[in-house]
Design a protein around this ligand. Structure first.
Ligand SMILES: *Cc1c(COP(=O)(O)O)cnc(C)c1O
Length: 361
């Protein structure tokens, strides 16, 4: 069987490095993003590692993910609670005091029952999810009217990876949103919600930048939503020169199904697109694009960690490699795969299907 090996030592080292750079004096501000099966790494497995280092807050995609790990965190926010049409799961989530619903539109405020705990998402310039800042008063009215509990107010800065001023413009916009929210809290006699806006690259950047020293603790962020950093990657523009060493935590291993001794110029797989340039042993291994691996095809060249050539095309459930070994490592760092497919590590990782067995090292 194939398996995804999770290196817990790398995870703990990443945690220490991120904590040191982002919140050395307030480790509780470091939250972990576990959405989409922990970026393909295994939700329960990564949640357990996060629990080992006492990370108090987590973010998940939907109600199902929240319930799977609800006992491991003090605070869990469901980022996309409306994406699973399952009333029973929703009801169960509503009964758990540590589960919060992200609210990205005003209508959802009318759908949630009394007592539901929410984190209100406000658009600060990414122009993707969230209510318009000018609708804040209306949102507060509905929250009070419907007796919802306002746990947090957040936004998502979509420019953390890029050199340029937009990142800071969005931070300024969120600062205004925070000020307005504090006023509204006072008017409506609500206690201060927690504020958060930054993911891995943004959080590292702000700590790295002398420009953004907020002097009022009330207005500083209470939380950093760290995803990709925990998994060992940083996708920010190199020109930002963010000084941190992170190590990928996942490596993907495959086992041999069968071997053939082939002659020079014999062709392999669908349409025979791979052709041997010498006599060689070629074996198939037990993973394919049906397991979420990207479909390597003609013109793409990738090798295993050991240096054996992967022979396109990848099939749905298997792939061919010029090797006779029983067990091989397809990657312990997905940057090569991301480059070959002109994408980012996030996409290669989150594609990996949950059924791939996990082995914690
Ligand atoms: C995915 C996500 C994050 C984490 O981003 P990384 O770049 O992986 O750190 C943070 N916040 C929200 C709202 C997200 O959806």
């Amino acid at each position: 069987m194939p398996f995804l090996q999770i290196n817990s030592h790398h995870f703990f080292a990443n945690y220490q490095a991120l904590r040191q750079k982002i919140a050395p004096n307030n480790p509780e501000k470091l939250a972990i993003v576990l959405k989409d099966n922990a970026y393909g790494h295994g939700l329960k497995e990564i949640a357990q590692l996060a629990n080992n280092v006492k990370i108090p807050s987590a973010f998940v995609k939907n109600t199902k993910e929240a319930l799977e790990i609800h006992s491991l965190f003090q605070h869990i926010t469901i980022l996309y609670p409306q994406t699973l049409p399952d009333e029973a799961l929703l009801k169960e989530c509503l009964e758990k005091p540590n589960l919060y619903f992200a609210v990205a539109n005003l209508d959802f405020l009318n759908l949630l029952p009394k007592g539901a705990k929410i984190e209100l998402k406000v658009n600060s310039g990414m122009n993707r999810n969230g209510i318009c800042p000018t609708d804040l008063p209306l949102a507060f009215e509905k929250i009070v009217q419907n007796q919802l509990e306002l746990v947090g107010i957040f936004t998502h800065n979509g420019f953390g990876d890029d050199l340029g001023s937009e990142f800071f413009t969005q931070q300024d916009n969120f600062l205004q949103i925070k000020k307005e929210s504090l006023k509204l809290c006072e008017n409506f006699h609500l206690s201060k919600p927690r504020f958060h806006s930054l993911s891995t690259s943004g959080a590292l950047r702000i700590k790295n930048s002398p420009k953004n020293q907020l002097d009022s603790p009330e207005l500083s962020d209470d939380l950093y939503r760290i995803g990709i950093g925990f998994y060992g990657y940083l996708c920010a523009d190199l020109i930002l020169e963010i000084p941190i060493r992170l190590q990928p935590i996942a490596s993907l291993w495959v086992n041999k199904i069968s071997s053939l001794s082939l002659k020079k110029s014999q062709r392999i797989g669908y349409s025979g697109v791979s052709k041997l340039d010498r006599d060689a042993i070629v074996s198939t291994y037990d993973i394919g694009y049906g397991d979420g691996l990207f479909r390597l095809r003609e013109g793409m060249e990738l090798c295993t960690k050991e240096g054996f050539k992967i022979l396109p095309r990848v099939s749905m459930d298997c792939l061919s490699i010029q090797s006779h070994h029983q067990c091989l490592c397809l990657f312990d760092n997905v940057w090569e795969w991301a480059k070959a497919f002109n994408t980012i590590p996030y996409e290669i990782l989150s594609h990996l299907k949950p059924h791939i067995p996990k082995q914690i090292l």
